[in-house]
Ligand binder design. Structure first.
Ligand SMILES: Nc1ncnc2c1ncn2[C@@H]1O[C@H](COP(=O)(O)OP(=O)(O)OP(=O)(O)O)[C@@H](O)[C@H]1O
Ligand SMILES: [Mg+2]
Length: 263
């Protein structure tokens, strides 16, 4: 049986860009270890929701609460965007955000910066403690790359790698911060059928082996139907439905939202 312990609650959240209400009084809760889809037509406000959750946007109204590693319910607005990863929330981006001139391994290690405990002074003098931390983190990064089957590419530059590899590097970078909640913005976008199948297996693997909850935005409805325990559907920033993939497919409000859209 799946546990029913909430991990993230979006409560009456609204976000404006000038006069445009990109997210409109949206509420939903996701439970630990669930795989939840967030769907809606282009411009529905999905990425904006992610940017509110990760505190990249601070000017939303409403509350977003999260159950932290100590089982405490915290209001994410109390935390700066740079602190979110250390709370256990990691993300990937709709437009891949990696550093092209660094190796794959170094790009993954960047996701771990928040784990360094030593002070700046220790970095200057490279204290033994720091060297130990570096070594441990490098081993951890290599282990994640192995589990994502891209370890053999670790010393290659990110620049010039195919899309499917870049997506995995982003996943690896998210995983190195020991996330409890991983949020993926269109993980299958740009992937071919084989890569999409592989991604599906990978998301299950991430949930089970890395013990995470997964919230994902996706336009590939086949993938959403296969992967997700439940799906939140929105349109014009507004809540439409929160249901099983099967029921979401049949929901008249959801069907209407997609009518006349080519996706
Ligand atoms: N930084 C911004 N400034 C102004 N308007 C924005 C900004 N970001 C998004 N918007 C607008 O807010 C609305 C929601 O955008 P958002 O990117 O959240 O949609 P989405 O559901 O992720 O769409 P897509 O499926 O195309 O990625 C759109 O009308 C968009 O044009
Ligand atoms: Mg988007």
């Amino acid at each position: 049986m799946m546990s029913k312990k909430p991990i993230l609650t979006v409560h009456e959240v609204s976000m404006f860009f000038g006069g445009l209400k990109a997210v409109d009084d949206l509420s939903f809760t996701i439970n630990e270890k669930e795989i939840i889809g967030l769907i809606g037509p282009n411009g529905a406000g999905k990425t904006t929701v992610f940017n509110c959750v990760t505190q990249f946007y601070k000017k939303y109204t409403g509350t977003i609460t999260y159950v932290n590693r100590d089982n405490k319910v915290i209001n994410l607005k109390d935390y700066d965007v740079t602190k979110i990863a250390s709370l256990g929330i990691a993300r990937t981006f709709q437009n891949i955000e990696l550093i092209p001139d660094l190796s794959i391994l170094d790009n993954v290690l960047i996701g771990a910066f928040n784990q360094f405990e030593t002070k700046v002074i220790a970095h200057i003098f490279r204290t033994p403690k720091m060297r130990r931390q570096e070594k441990a983190l490098t081993e951890k990064a290599e282990n994640i790359l192995k589990r994502l089957h891209i370890h053999h590419l670790k010393d290659m530059y990110v620049a010039g790698q195919p899309y499917g590899i870049l997506k995995k590097v982003e996943l690896a970078r998210a995983l190195i911060s020991d996330p409890r909640l991983i949020i993926l913005d269109e993980p299958a976008a740009g992937l071919n059928d084989k890569e999409t199948d592989e991604l599906e297996a990978l998301v299950y693997q991430i949930r089970d082996e890395f013990n995470t909850t997964v919230l994902l935005i996706e336009h590939d409805m086949g993938l959403v139907m296969n992967l997700c325990d439940r799906v939140v559907a929105i349109n014009f920033g507004k809540f439409l439905a929160y249901d099983t993939p099967q029921n979401i497919q049949k929901n008249p409000l959801v069907q209407e939202a997609y009518l006349g859209k080519d996706e």
